[in-house]
Design a protein around this ligand. Structure first.
Ligand code: GLA
Length: 382
């Protein structure tokens, strides 16, 4: 990937730049909890966006995407927003840096990536974090890593129409090889947990349904609204509830008649999920992978029946995992397609993958993709 980028950069701009990269992520548990002020438990993976970048002495950004085989140029003012959706991520990062008082001089860039798109592995956060990190370094802005993650998140909110939480950009920026990170999304306190399932005889594997739902971002925003409705109703009785994650299950019960059935189910899922993250962390500290895996099944149930962000293909993969005695399995990321994440005993690893590929293909007419997971570093110079 690096030599391809280098060649294209030289061809387009006639010189060399500096390399930066940032990673996609997995999340062991804690889904749709981030924008509710709850816990998440992600880690960066060995799939990344890699970019070569150099300041160009102009007020323009000139970028080539190798994967889209497309060149785009844009200015740095609000009205210069490009038409191409991939370029909007980079434009958004520039604008959000400027809004925070950072300097953004014009630059040339060529980038490529191997984070599968639409698989729930946060390719967009990897793109945002790569550029947020690079722009910060090249302009000497001294913005801290948390704020760089927030630059990516605000890019999604203000330039891409997704009211996401902080998990993806956080993992992409803060990832550390061999570690998952438990983040409290309310206080932003975080803790690295060394994560080595293989030492206990387990492996993680992602099975990508290759299903992508067109309306995923509006459905995502709608889930968020439901949670805010539920939190607002609970807050009337319990003013200390700032986010839905502050609420107790009983407090949700008190407002059952005041909110829609849909909002109730969404909130029920979130309150359960926040607790499951803590339970999984406790279980892992005891090396109890079976309990952690069981929690993953509970999350899948909630995401499928209460939060309703699963789909037929993902439910099929989840059921198959259960049938084969896989220790844990669930839909990962925002949902509406993408991957299941599976915690599998070593001896079941290959048989499970073979069965998943064979049976999924027979049922849906296309093969799923299989990604082994390697927990890696986040944003850095490359
Ligand atoms: C997407 C969002 C994250 C998070 C997850 C669900 O990946 O970008 O902020 O909400 O969905 O956990």
């Amino acid at each position: 990937m690096k030599s391809l980028i280098q060649k294209k950069f030289n061809e387009l701009f006639g010189n060399d730049g500096e390399f930066f990269k940032s990673a996609g992520r997995i999340n062991l548990i804690g889904e749709h909890t981030d924008y509710n002020g709850g816990y998440v438990f992600p880690g960066a993976i060995d799939k990344c966006i890699l970019a070569e970048i150099a300041l160009n002495g102009s007020e323009k950004v000139k970028v080539f995407s190798i994967d889209c085989d497309e060149y785009v140029e844009f200015g740095l003012n609000e009205e210069d927003k490009p038409d191409q959706s991939w370029a909007c991520y980079i434009f958004g990062v520039c604008r959000e840096t400027i809004k925070r008082g950072g300097k953004v001089a014009g630059f040339n860039a060529v980038f490529a990536g191997n984070v599968p798109l639409g698989a729930g592995l946060s390719s967009s956060a990897a793109l945002e974090s790569t550029f947020a990190y690079a722009i910060n370094e090249l302009n000497g802005n001294g913005i801290d890593l948390f704020e760089l993650a927030k630059i990516g998140q605000s890019t999604e909110h203000n330039y891409c129409g997704v009211k996401c939480g902080i998990m993806d950009q956080f993992a992409s920026c803060f990832g550390k090889a061999g570690c998952l990170i438990r983040l409290n999304c309310k206080t932003l306190e975080y803790k690295y947990f060394p994560f080595d399932p293989e030492a206990a005889g387990y492996k993680l594997v992602l099975i990508d349904s290759c299903v992508k739902h067109e309306l995923a971002s509006s459905a995502y925003n709608k889930r968020r609204e439901s949670c805010e409705n539920a939190a607002a109703a609970i807050r009337k009785n319990h003013p200390e509830v700032e986010f839905l994650s502050d609420a107790k299950r009983l407090w949700l019960e008190e407002v059952r008649q005041e909110i829609s059935q849909e909002d109730f189910l969404r909130a029920e899922y979130v309150i359960g999920e926040v607790q499951r993250v803590l339970d999984v962390c406790d279980a892992l500290e005891r090396n109890d992978y079976e309990t952690a895996g069981e929690m993953m099944y509970q999350t899948h149930f909630g995401m499928s029946h209460l939060y309703e962000v699963s789909c037929e293909e993902l439910d099929f993969l989840n059921k198959l995992a259960r049938k084969m005695d896989v220790s844990g399995s669930r839909v990962m990321g925002g949902g509406f397609g993408g991957c299941t994440i599976n915690l599998v005993k070593e001896e079941l690893y290959q048989p499970f993958i073979d069965a998943a590929v064979e049976q999924f293909t027979a049922r849906f007419g296309h093969a799923p993709k299989v990604y082994p997971v390697v927990i890696s570093d986040g944003a850095c110079r490359a």
